[in-house]
Design a binder for this molecule. Sequence first.
Ligand SMILES: [Zn+2]
Length: 307
Amino acid sequence: MHIIINEQKVAVKMYFRYNKIETEYLKSKCKKLASVIDKIGHIKRTVDKDLFSAVVHHIVGQQISTKAQATIWQRIENDLKVVNADTILKTGIEKLQSFGMTFKKAQYITDFANKIKNGEFDLEAIWEKSDEEAIKELSALKGIGVWTAEMILLFCMERKNVFSYDDLAIQRGIRMVYRHKKITKPIFEKYRKRFSPYCSVASLYFWAIAGGSIDGMKDYATIKKIKKRKQNINREEKLQAIKNRDKNYDGKFYCAVKTTKIVCHPSCSSRRPLEKNIELYDTLEEAINAGFRPCKICMKEFYKKRK
Ligand SMILES: [Zn+2]
């Protein structure tokens, strides 16, 4: 978050607050977690106490890497200075997109700003709500799912009892500590009961474990032959698709041209680039973050809001 001192914007890092009250409670409830807490020590996780900017930040971050999220967020902060409903609406969808996010996200963010501005959504009132109600109201916003709402409760509102079943890293942390092969809903609820009312603090430790904080702790997940999500198209096949202007590959990867700094669908009808100038990206956002601009000819969906 930022505070204003003598008209200067100063970045202040704040961390999720917890102390011995929470850790002693958790340790008294579970020997295994107690040993984890002792090994890892106090965990510092930054929080953003501004609910508006936290919501925007989370919408920006969906389905992209933490690094890409940080890059886009930096551009937003540099340009808007203060992220609130007024500055978002003043910026507009087109410019928000130019920071490197999809049209849909830019739309969600302006939609949210509009709801705040016209009083349709009372953000301040969220602070007074129970966890359950706050999650329900936040996840009713476009672009905010239950998991995102839970993260906002934890990393913005500093609610103490958030335990997100949809969080795959928490599931992994639990598997590692308790040697489960699979976390089912009933198993998860058993732990929720055990760690309440301090599930958020327990979550911090499960995230740390999932991230490899303790050497030698392994994941007991049943290894399944999971169908690869990405089709793993090799470079050869991609170049061929570009040559053939094959529409079947549109959306599966993007063709960026180093010399023009423009990114296209494989099927784009504009002149075919030389092979050595082609850079391939799996997503449009990655290409934009690498400095390419979407082609006006083939990225009509990207520009369709311009009229
Ligand atoms: Zn194009």
